[in-house]
Design a protein around this ligand. Structure first.
Ligand SMILES: *Cc1c(COP(=O)(O)O)cnc(C)c1O
Length: 360
């Protein structure tokens, strides 16, 4: 699996799915819930003392939407910085929630121009929150959260971050970025199964006050209230997916945490890009602008995504296409999951056979 989630599972994570038939209202599941939340809060050890995690049933989009639903304000403005599908989707969410927001759209192939940001903030009155994507999976770009976070900190703007495709593999410097909350999912860099997602938010933001939410299921305050009291959840959780997530979090820890995982991904990225480079297939962005998690490649002349996809699938590999206008221009390869060096060698042979063959 070389798509951006779900990922190739380890056999222990897959086996955890059949741990048993449990009721989500029983104390053993409550305990499991609190164990998961505690493990999530210390994936980044610096965050453990100041953030609480809550988990919910739903894909990554559910946790992103719930984060905005719960924490984006109604009486002040949220600035959305978007340079891809996922940033633009967050603007759609705020629109659906009827929350005041202003979108600064950046062309998908470009970095955010942070020199423009102070001007926008001065011009556009009443911005208190900034929303963006850490790793914009549309292109593979790792956005400059260091630069953006510094501005958030200087101006005391709360940062709400889509970390769905970075949490567990890329650095998150919560204090330096003035991070208020980050959303993530089980089935990307954490190597779990799809169906559970989560949000980490500062302890001071979980209040019992009036809810900002415009829906019931996606109001994280109710999850926080019950999960951090007795471990209960307001709605039925994907019990077996939680078993798998626990095993995946144990394995992440055993393997050296997010740093080691990011390093491993970067090794895979370089190996794949070197192999493709030798075949005349080039990256869409300069290499140093990518995350460790996923890179994008220009389709060579005469190739469609379907042609590359089908050739590789015959050899046992699932890759990913581009979105929007990039659909006819790129393919994407993600580096997450239980991938071995032998898999990478086989992939290289498959890529070689594909691109050295007749163009299609
Ligand atoms: C995968 C992803 C999501 C969520 O996608 P789901 O299909 O809902 O899991 C959100 N943001 C980013 C950046 C992603 O890569």
């Amino acid at each position: 699996m070389l798509n951006p989630g779900p990922v190739t599972l380890t056999s222990c994570v897959r086996a955890a799915l059949s741990r048993g038939d449990w009721c989500h209202r029983e104390p053993e599941f409550a305990q499991l819930t609190q164990d998961i939340n505690a493990r999530l809060a210390k994936v980044y050890p610096d965050m453990e003392s100041s953030f609480d995690a809550v988990m919910m049933t739903g894909s990554g989009t559910a946790s992103v939407e719930a984060m905005l639903n719960t924490f984006a304000p109604r009486d002040s403005e949220t600035l959305v910085l978007a340079n891809g599908v996922y940033g633009e989707r967050m603007a759609d969410m705020l629109a659906a929630q009827g929350k005041p927001h202003f979108v600064a759209e950046v062309p998908w192939l470009e970095q955010m121009d942070l020199t423009q940001l102070p001007g926008i903030l001065d011009q556009q009155d009443g911005i208190t929150h900034i929303v963006t994507v850490h790793h914009e999976t549309t292109t593979g770009r790792l956005n400059d959260l260091g630069g953006l976070g510094q501005i958030c900190r200087e101006r005391d703007l709360k940062l709400l971050l889509d970390g769905v495709s970075s949490f567990g593999a890329e650095a998150i410097d919560a204090d330096a970025w003035n991070l208020a909350a980050v959303a993530g999912t089980a089935n990307k860099c954490l190597h779990g199964v799809p169906g559970i997602s989560f949000v980490l938010a500062r302890k001071s933001l979980w209040n019992g006050g009036e809810s900002l939410a415009s829906s019931v299921y996606l109001d994280l305050n109710s999850y926080h209230r019950s999960q951090h009291a007795d471990g209960a959840s307001p709605f039925t959780q994907a019990v077996q997916v939680v078993f798998a997530l626990q095993e995946a979090l144990v394995e992440l820890d055993d393997q050296g945490g997010w740093q080691a995982r990011g390093q491993e991904y970067r090794k895979r990225a370089d190996a794949i890009a070197d192999c493709l480079d030798g075949l005349g297939v080039t990256t869409l962005l300069p290499r140093d602008e990518y995350s460790a998690v996923l890179w994008s490649y220009e389709l060579p002349d005469g190739w469609t995504y379907g042609g590359v996809h089908d050739a590789l699938k015959q050899d046992g590999f699932v890759i990913y296409g581009g979105q929007g206008d990039l659909g006819s221009r790129i393919f994407r390869i993600a580096h997450m999951g239980d991938i071995t060096d032998a898999d990478l060698e086989r992939l290289c042979l498959a890529l070689d056979a594909c691109f050295s063959g007749a163009a299609r």
